[in-house]
Structure formats: C-alpha cells, structure tokens
Design a protein. Sequence first.
Length: 389
Amino acid sequence: MQGHIYVLSHPDHVRRVFVDNHQNYTKGIGIERVGILLGNGIMVSEGELWRRQRKMIQPLFHRDMIARMVEHIRGANLQLLEKWMACAEKNEEINLTQDMSEVTLNIVLRAIFGDELETIVSTHGSNPFALLTEETERNLTFAYKFRALSKLIMDCVSRRRAQNQEHCDLLAMLIDARERKSGEPMPDKQLLDEVMTLIVAGHETTASALNWMWYLLAQHPAVEQRLHQEIDSLPAPPATIEDAARLPYARQVIEETLRLYPPGWLLTRRSIDADDIGGYPIAPKTDVFISPYLVHRHPGFWADPERFDPKRFDAAHSAQRNRFCYLPFALGPRACIGEHFAMIEMILHTALLARRIRLRYLSRQPVELECQVNLRTKHSLYMMPEKRQ
Ligand code: HEM
C-alpha cells in the first residue's frame, strides 16, 4: 500500500527536516530525476561521497574567488546591455526570458571555463552548450544531448593537464582540488559530474529569478524608481564585489523576487528512519516535500504575503523574522553552495542594466506559472526596452 506523502509549509517543520534532524533524510524523488542529468554530482550524491565533494568544492565559492568572477559577470552583462540599447533605439521588443537564459549561461560558462570558453566556441563554430537555452524541455532527450557534451569537457580537462598552464576559473580549481586526508584529486567521472552540476544548477535558477525580477519591476513603478535612485547614486557602473555591497535595495528587490517566485519551489526529501514532524508521525522511507513557495506565502508569518514589497528585507524587518520562513536557497548542510555567487551575479546584473535601461511589459496577458524543476514563466516574456536619461 502507498503510504502518505507530506507537504510542508510551516517554518518549524522546515527546521526539523533541513536542520534539526537533517541526517534522517535523503534527497528523495525530485533528485532521482535530476540524477539522469547530473550523474553523481554534489546535487545528487549522499553520505560520505557528498561530504567529501562538498568540502572539496566549497573553496570555489569563497569570497576571493567570487570577486575574481565579477569580471565575467560584467563582461556578459555589458554585451547584453549593448544589445538592449540597440533594440531600444529601434523600438524593438526583446525576449526577456531568452535573454536571461543566455546571459546567465554565458556567466556560468565563463566562470567555469574562463578564457577557454572562446576557444571551445570557435573550435565548434558555435556554443555547444547553447542547447541549455534553446531547449526548454528537461526530459530524457535533453539529458541525453546534454550528457553528450561530456567528451568536450573531458578534452578540455586533458588539454589543461598536458599544457600545465595557470588558469583562474572554477574548472582549474576542480582539477586542483585535493581530498584533505588522502591528498587525492577527484576521479575524472566525478569531476565531469561536478562540472555538469555547476552548469545546470547555476544557470536555470538564476535565469528564472531574473526573468521574474524584471517582470515585477515593470509592474511596480515605485520600487523601480527607488532602485534607480540607488543605482544612480553610484559614481560609476558597478565593477567590484564591494560595489554590490553598496546596493542594499537592489539586494532587497532580488530577495523579495525570490520570496514570491523561488526557482526551487518544491524540494524533496525521503525519511530514512521514523520521525515526528510537528506531531505527525513519519514512517521510514516517506516522501516529504518542502515547498519554499508555500512557506514564503504563509499568512501566519508574512503580512500581506501576495504583495511585492522589497522593504520586508530591510535590516529592521529581517531581524524580526523567523529565519526558517525564507529558504530560496534551502537551509542546513544541503543548502545551495552557489548562493553568494548567485546574489552577487544578480545584483550586478540588475545594476548594470537598470542604470541605462527600463523594461516595459506591454502585453495584457497575465503571466502563467510553469512548475517543473524550476518555477518559470510558462511562455517567454516580451518586454520593450527604453533608454533611461
Ligand atoms: C537564484 C539562484 C539560485 C537558487 C534559487 C538556488 C537554489 C538552490 C536550492 C533550493 C538548492 C537545494 C536543492 C535541494 O535541497 O534539493 C540548491 C543547491 C545547489 N545549488 Fe543552487 N541556487 C541558485 C544558484 C546556484 C548557482 C549560481 C550555483 C553554482 C554555480 C548553484 C549550485 C548549487 C549546487 C551545487 C547545489 C547542491 C548543493 C549540495 O547539495 O551540497 N546554485 N540551490
């Protein structure tokens, strides 16, 4: 007989599963599907393998490393700005959803492959990773095509080992990472799975968050105006990780976007042994779904939860909040490893583009949600770019 499935929306229950009794849960059903795409990378692995890999990968996301990635974030966004300025000039609509997918893919690939990305693209005649933006389905056919990129990635790894040149990118750090006790590098298959994991985990989540953010900004002129004031107060376009820290309101806008539309809207776990979640007995091997979407709109913890209001994330409001009410990056030991990278990426993107361009949503059609692995808009959003004075 099929047992119960539980869907959690209360912060106390989130805390039980993600923090207080996290060792009693594996990732469960959602991740079994993702495993076809990501092999045994850190998003999927469990137990000792996960612990070892997490320790080896963590340094990739230290502040110093993120600071070095800012150059890639800027480069990709300035390219997009040029395109939007040209469209504004011609009164031409942009496909925002497509552009967010391309710019975030561009950023994550530049962060991983560094200067070698250009070589990969020119050798191929086009970007072999473009299928991530061209194909929206995340089914077996997609997984098959994506895994076919393995050879290209491993050729890149072999080339680097043979050349023995210095590179400053995430791939170089993965190749050089050593297990603390044994001093061993990760096996090639593991290295490959981790590269694929970073590409997929770092791309679609950020793309969908920024897609929603521009849509919300276009609907809320007062928020947009306050954001513009903050961005305009910087003496020059943001160029460093320190500049991102000078944009607290931009951060709040993004945090509020992630509250209303968390890309990871439904996270799954499976119990190992029996548990008790808020008085509900949980049998071993029970599927427990944690919904950031529901927690983030819980009327017991958020005032007027459907309203877009970045003020909720100012220091005063944040200090009063139960910290298990907000989990766009999950919580506890399995929380997102790329959170700080993603936040810097999204703040700089917003500041670099909104400094010069405003986007208008002209369609009268209400936006529809698509709730697959990520929470996306069902259809591409078309927006009209306008130059700001
Ligand atoms: C808006 C952007 C992002 C959001 C909302 C987000 C959200 C999440 C969430 C909710 C999880 C936990 C999944 C679960 O428990 O099943 C996660 C895990 C993960 N994320 Fe992110 N993520 C974002 C960006 C990134 C970026 C930029 C990277 C890397 C370049 C990244 C890499 C990862 C990895 C590797 C994991 C697995 C960590 C582990 O299990 O130890 N994410 N992310």
